[in-house]
Design a protein around this ligand. Structure first.
Ligand code: SAM
Length: 244
């Protein structure tokens, strides 16, 4: 974890930085397509089932659109706090008009918008939870649990950190082999890239305590459904209620 002021809003509510991030979407999403599809495949719905799900910190809807593709009768509530990301997302999701709505929600606050009902069938998050301090992660997982229907699933795709220097160097070694430019990029960040990096890692924590937070919130079926180096998909479901 890195010290220093929380710069998250400065990054995600900046026209310039959001434009830069959006410009890299095509290449990033090509690399993530398998994980995106897996997240959709993990949801327990029939192909033609109608249901509503929530994407927390949805950005331009990169995770949600794969669920919308996988389940043609599904509808998405995209919770986001950046007007710039919402504007980009409305444009990017034009083909899904009528099947999604953005709602303004600051995940760092506990004030859930009225547009997110209780009894939601499923929730996902992708690359947003690591931007929250631990105390807020804990509260958020409980709030997600409370907003899910019994049997409802929550899945999170996110990077994790490690406290083990041996693991960290193994992650770096493999990452550098997979991307021959990675080491140079890491060692020669511009001041802006350095600020973004610090924002990226500020509240990132290891995997185990995050699974513990899910457990403490009441989830069952908790697993790490996918993992490669420092990126994971974990989740679980709110237990079914006994009939009666
Ligand atoms: C790395 S992007 C990921 C966007 C999208 N989920 C995806 O997978 O492409 C992080 C997103 O989290 C959003 N975010 C960060 N902090 C947030 C907060 N406190 N409340 C709501 N959204 C937040 C940002 O605005 C941004 O859209």
């Amino acid at each position: 974890m890195h010290d220093g002021a929380d710069t998250n809003e400065d990054v995600w509510k900046s026209d310039h930085l959001v434009a830069q991030w959006v410009a890299g979407t095509g290449e990033r999403e090509r690399r993530r397509s398998e994980q995106r599809r897996l997240m959709a495949d993990l949801l327990p719905f029939a192909d033609d089932e109608a249901f509503t799900f929530v994407d927390l910190g949805a950005g331009t809807g990169a995770a949600a659109r794969v669920v919308l593709d996988r389940f043609p009768r599904a509808e998405a509530i995209l919770a986001e706090y950046s007007p710039q990301m919402m504007a980009e997302g409305r444009h990017a999701l034009a083909d899904y008009e009528g099947r999604f709505q953005y709602v303004e929600f600051d995940l760092a606050e506990g004030d859930w918008p009225a547009e997110v009902p209780t009894g939601v069938a499923a929730m996902i998050s992708s690359l947003s939870v690591h931007h929250l301090p631990d105390s807020r992660k804990r509260e958020l997982f409980t709030e997600i649990f409370q907003h899910l229907a019994p049997g409802g699933w929550y899945l999170n795709y996110d990077p994790v950190s490690t406290d083990d220097p041996v693991v960290e160097s193994a992650w770096l070694r493999a990452g550098d082999r997979q991307d021959p430019q990675a080491a140079a990029k890491r060692h020669h960040r511009t001041p802006e890239e350095q600020r973004r990096y610090e924002n990226h890692v500020r509240y990132m924590i290891p995997l185990a305590p995050q699974l513990e937070l899910l457990r403490a919130a009441g989830f069952e079926g908790i697993d790490v459904y996918w993992k490669q180096l420092d990126v994971v998909i974990y989740g679980g479901r709110r237990p079914e209620e006994p009939p009666g």
